[in-house]
Design a protein around this ligand. Structure first.
Ligand SMILES: [Zn+2]
Ligand SMILES: [Zn+2]
Length: 268
């Protein structure tokens, strides 16, 4: 069974959304017999993104400062533990040149060990209107501006895959996992994303946090099966935000992957 996760969160600097400290997360990972762990607090920066949470940054200097401290903290705590630790980020990707320049500056200055590609929102073409998929009710999704943001949300995942920045892509159908874009009209977008993975062979995670949330991982099993069939590399992620979620549902995910005949497993 996979004995590591590269997608985990902690409570960093009073800003991020993990429930335990980095030290507590690493201790628990050692206790359950993990051989290594990736620490991937969020890096969410965009000058126009709504400040839905302290970890959503509009100010690049503040985002950079947070990112530096986060990686420093991870490495400092790791030095006091036996387990092999990778210091990374789960990054919200945006397609504009402006964002890419800022992101590349962060990579150059902070030098994380790896970055995970992710998106938690949809936005309009010029990246001025945002819709966070976490907070979208069924009614809100019918609004035309929101629909445009959601179409761009799926296109953004394709751009994120094609960008080549990321070690692997996180929970790419998070929207449907949260009850957003579940109508059949969205299926063609899901297939376009599957196609992008097949073309680029970019690794994808099976995010077991979805199983805890709604009984289905992200991506959904039918997509996992499709990508495994195309030999796209995969790994299991618990996306743990507290110590109890480390390694959660790994046995279930392993058994599905072996049922699908998965041979191509990603690891550092
Ligand atoms: Zn996420
Ligand atoms: Zn995450």
């Amino acid at each position: 069974m996979q004995d590591f996760t590269y997608h985990s969160h902690n409570f960093s600097q009073g800003i991020t959304d993990g429930k335990n400290t980095c030290d507590e997360m690493l201790s628990k990972a050692e206790e359950i017999g993990f051989s290594e762990i990736g620490v991937s607090n969020h890096f969410i920066y965009h000058p126009n993104i709504p400040h839905d949470h302290a970890m959503y940054f509009n100010d690049f200097d503040k985002a950079l400062d947070y990112a530096k401290r986060d990686i420093e903290q991870t490495r400092e705590v790791a030095s006091r533990h036996k387990i092999k630790v990778y210091a990374g980020f789960e990054v919200d990707f945006f397609p504009s040149k402006m964002w890419r320049n800022a992101f590349e500056k962060m990579l150059k200055e902070v030098k994380p060990d790896y970055v995970i590609g992710s998106t938690h929102s949809g936005f309009n073409k010029d990246e001025t209107v945002f819709r966070n998929v976490w907070f979208l009710g069924q009614e809100a999704q019918k609004d035309e501006i929101t629909k445009e943001c959601l179409r761009n949300h799926w296109q953004n995942i394709i751009d994120c895959i094609n960008s080549g920045y990321f070690a692997f892509i996180a929970h790419f159908d998070l929207a449907s996992n949260l009850g957003v874009c579940v109508e059949s009209e969205w299926n063609e977008w899901k297939w376009k994303v599957v196609e992008a993975f097949k073309q680029t062979k970019t690794p994808f995670e099976v995010n077991t946090n979805g199983i805890r949330r709604c009984g289905i991982p992200s991506p959904d099993w039918w997509i996992v099966k499709e990508l495994v069939k195309a030999d796209v590399p995969t790994l299991i992620s618990d996306d743990a935000h507290n110590v109890d979620c480390l390694g959660q549902y790994f046995a279930e995910a392993e058994s599905k992957l072996s049922e699908f005949g998965c041979k191509n497993r990603f690891r550092f």
